[in-house]
Design a protein around this ligand. Structure first.
Ligand SMILES: [Fe+2]
Length: 242
């Protein structure tokens, strides 16, 4: 299967991800070896703290994409942002300051880890009211959602999409976080996985340590949906579930 990684920080020198071209290309090579063939680069968007504008990032992305294509002609790169939600983000979206996922209506949104549920809920409503389609980045990270399946259910009913960092499924029975993550995956609350890779050490773009578990517990069909079908629909701006 030609896997999609919808969340990573490999564009060099723009955020806390890859710092140099050399590091970025090592990440690309590793990702390719792992079997990823579609990658959405999602540098952080933090209001008032961005080093580059959307246009400047786009230029850097295009240059990087060309380099990657020379190296791996069948590696497809797409462009997005991981947006840290705060007051004013809706206006930035409307003003086109934020890079949505491959220029679609889909937007990858993260929150501070201690954000309350009412803040997340309200943010989702506002984003949808502005006619964008939110994807919550690393949904397993927020304390207000941890073990609150009724909140997860409510978000799903609102048509919010959930992304999990693939390494979060790693851990034994005694690991409460891993248990929670595995439940979310097995019950098919998760629509996308990403590596959220930032470097070649602690946060490298490995996927093959985790894929077998997902396949074993959820089956090949689910694997195909979350790693190929749904992301493909997303980058084409189609509805995920139809
Ligand atoms: Fe990230």
């Amino acid at each position: 299967m030609e896997y999609f990684d919808i969340h990573c920080h490999m564009l060099p020198g723009v955020d806390d991800g890859a710092q140099t071209m050399e590091e970025a290309l090592s990440m690309i090579d590793l990702s390719y070896q792992e079997g990823t063939r579609n990658l959405i680069l999602t540098p952080h968007y933090m209001r008032g703290k961005n080093k580059y504008t959307r246009e400047e990032l786009r230029e850097r992305f295009n240059e990087f994409k060309a380099k990657v294509e020379e190296r791996h002609p069948d590696f497809k790169l797409y462009f997005g942002n991981e947006v840290l939600y705060e007051e004013g983000i809706i206006q930035d979206l409307k003003d086109g300051l934020i890079q949505t996922m491959n220029d679609t209506k889909y937007v990858l949104v993260e929150f501070n880890i201690r954000t309350s549920y009412s803040q997340i809920y309200e943010a989702m409503q506002k984003i949808e009211n502005a006619r964008f389609r939110p994807i919550i980045a690393h949904v397993e990270r927020y304390r207000c959602l941890f073990k609150h399946i009724e909140r997860i259910d409510e978000l799903i009913r609102m048509e919010v999409l959930l992304q999990m960092n693939i390494s979060s499924v790693y851990g034994g029975l005694l690991d409460e976080n891993a248990r929670w993550c595995k439940k979310l995956v097995k019950e098919e609350y998760i629509s996308f996985f990403g590596t959220d890779a930032h470097d070649m050490e602690e946060r490298a773009p490995y996927i093959n340590d985790y894929i077998p578990w997902i396949e074993k517990k959820c089956g090949e069909d689910f694997l195909e949906r979350v790693f190929a079908e749904y992301p493909k629909k997303m980058v084409e701006n189609k509805y995920i579930f139809d």
